[in-house]
Design a binder for this molecule. Structure first.
Ligand code: ASP
Length: 364
């Protein structure tokens, strides 16, 4: 335990962790060696991988459906295609302002997407950063992985690459996202020439909608193969060209076919500076349970946050969430500040569900 953590906060994290581990299923999984494959696939994602709103579709359910289709396992990249198809649902959900179509733009009002993916069986990775006008950033990252000798394309090059594969050019800034951005532009500084419009003229839905968010999804199939993907529009109103953790292999996602997969959402700069996803997988490779692995890396992030100056009232002043699935199907998630949830589905479940993330610091 770091000396900076209060005992109560730390125990809060442990309580949530052990509550998650208390289910019979989780207990059974906890004692399986990492070498063993789960009997059925397991898919874990950030909370936006499933909403209890069927019309929005679900990244987790879509991935699981593909993984339960015997044809998927016959295709060399079937598992990777399944997770990319899954997060494609969220990339197309205009109501989710953190990913793909409808994502909140940068400070110039331009939507710039970041994504990465990794395929355990051949340990290859693909990523795109600051991609404009193509909604399925994760699919572009997958094409980098599959069809090039590179790992990371950015900006115009990433766009041209996507177009070469026939992906459509689209305006990703929806009307709602444009209004949210415009209000931010008009109201965020008293030192520029924009006037803040009177409240009566502003749709309450667009007030103060600074959004964090991203979708991370990792899956292990019935053979024990692992793949991970993270896709996002990044921090709202970021400086044009800013790339977060999501497309950075080892920060926003990482997998190792001998161990498992992991990913991050929340303040990307912290996941980058602490090699978040890589560190979680590394912990799991040392026999640390998935939830505990997430908590251990969060403790490291917290220790560095004080030094980095992102510290307020005795705790980090940001949210960061980690997700992990082990090769044998054990899974877990933890966040810096109490209140996070994640989406999960096993091949035995009828639908995805949300579970609470363990946490380092309780709400106050
Ligand atoms: N991690 C993302 C980024 O920093 C944002 C988020 O997940 O909220 O770009």
């Amino acid at each position: 335990m770091t000396s900076s953590l209060s005992r109560r906060s730390f125990l809060g994290g442990l309580a949530a962790a052990s509550a998650a581990a208390a289910s019979k299923e989780a207990r059974a999984r906890a004692f399986a060696p990492i070498g063993a494959a789960p009997r059925r696939p397991v898919v874990i994602a950030s909370a936006n991988g499933w909403w209890d709103e069927p019309e929005r579709g679900s990244a987790v359910a879509t991935t699981m459906r593909a993984l339960l289709d015997p044809e998927t396992a016959e295709r060399p990249y079937g598992l990777l295609e399944a997770i990319v198809e899954g997060v494609g649902v969220t990339e197309s959900d205009a109501r989710d302002h953190s990913v793909g179509l409808g994502g909140l733009p940068n400070e110039d009002g331009v939507v710039q997407l970041d994504a990465s993916c990794m395929f355990g069986p051949n340990h290859r990775a693909g990523a795109v950063g600051a991609l404009e006008n193509v909604r399925h950033a994760a699919r572009v990252a997958m094409n980098v992985l599959r069809y090039t000798d590179h790992s990371f394309l950015v900006g115009k090059g990433a766009y041209e690459f996507a177009r070469a594969f026939g992906m459509p050019h689209e305006e990703l800034l929806t009307e709602e996202a444009r209004k949210i951005w415009l209000y931010w532009r008009q109201s965020h500084s008293a030192k520029d020439d924009w006037f803040t419009p009177p409240d009566a003229e502003v749709d309450p839905d667009v007030l103060d909608r600074f959004t964090t968010g991203t979708i991370h999804l990792s899956a292990v199939d019935a053979r024990g193969d692992v793949a991970s993907v993270t896709t996002t529009s990044g921090l709202s109103f970021k400086i044009p060209g800013r790339v977060g953790d999501s497309p950075i292999v080892g920060a926003g996602m990482f997998c190792d076919n001998d161990i498992g997969g992991a990913g991050a959402t929340g303040r990307g700069e912290e996941a980058i500076a602490n090699c978040g996803a890589f560190s979680i997988v590394d912990e799991m490779g040392r026999d640390v349970e998935p939830t505990e692995a997430c908590l251990n890396v969060l403790k490291r992030v917290a220790r560095h946050a004080e030094r980095r100056g992102f510290w307020k009232d005795g705790r980090p002043d940001f949210q960061l969430k980690f997700y992990a699935v082990r090769k044998d199907g054990a899974y877990g998630s933890a966040c810096m500040l109490e209140g996070g949830a994640f989406a999960v589905m096993t091949g035995e479940d009828e639908s995805p569900r949300h579970e609470e993330c363990a946490f380092l610091y309780e709400k106050r």
